[in-house]
Write a new protein. Sequence first.
Length: 329
Amino acid sequence: MHYTILGAGAMGLRYGVLLQEHAGATVDFVDTWQPQVDTCRAQGGIFVSRDGQNKHLVPINIYTPEEYTGSPDAYIIFCKQMGLQEMLDRSAHFFKPNQYAITCMNGMGHIEKINKFFPAEKVLGGTALVATVLNGAGDVDFIGQPNTGSMNICPQTEKPDAMTPKFLADLQAAHLNPNLTDNFNGTLMAKVTFNSVVNTLCTMYQIRMGEFIAAPTAEKLSKQLIEEAYSACEAAGITLLNSREEEWQSIVHVSAVANPLHFPSMYQDFSKNRPTEVDYINGYIYDLGHKHGYEAKTHDFLRNLVHLAEFAKTFDVDAFTEEVHSRNA
């Protein structure tokens, strides 16, 4: 099988490298971040570590969208929500009717954008419980031991076709442990709910997942957010994969056992002064409920708190102080 990764960031690199190394797939990488393309070309590939150890160079083929002329069986899309539209627009010239789009992006809002280029019968959506860190251009760290982590995946039509088992076989060979589901929106919203707790709260307090779950207030905070997310989904007619209790237990396991030393991706963006995806996670939950007559007020409150933290982190205190002194002089 031939895959092209759209978005050679942390997760895109992990999926692509593992498919290349363990499933024997042909893999190309396409990215809009020029330093990533330039650095990988200059050094002959991507430096890959595992939990900060055994750093080694893995050769990869990487292109900007304008340069790419390949014709894969499927695109694996791992962009940030804010950058997806640009990636799709710049890549549209090489999309073909027979190709598939597979995505396990965080947040919600991406499926509608992807459907402008790929019909529902060619789209598989999923969620990845896998931790990865992009240290910088040309340098990625896979968190967790080999064969750890898992993913849920579902055709948008909820009806697998002849290609579905081929994709699943490659993902299994790549140690990504796929689980095929038959509930598309419920699959996606289960991960949004997970991220609305762990990603957002860890970012707010700049702590690792293991630190969060060790806190005495973790259960109460989590269950409040889970309750609101489930109620918003129920108002919209969406049934999630897990029960509320199962969602809480998933948060416990991933935070305490699978990735206790991991800073979630939202924190990684926040720490580097990049916009976070909170509008596509907590904000999406609030907007979904509001559209159907339910107010997920805690999610809306957290969304605004994250935006306040983003503002405060980049606020020029010295310039502000000088301006106030100048006004009062």
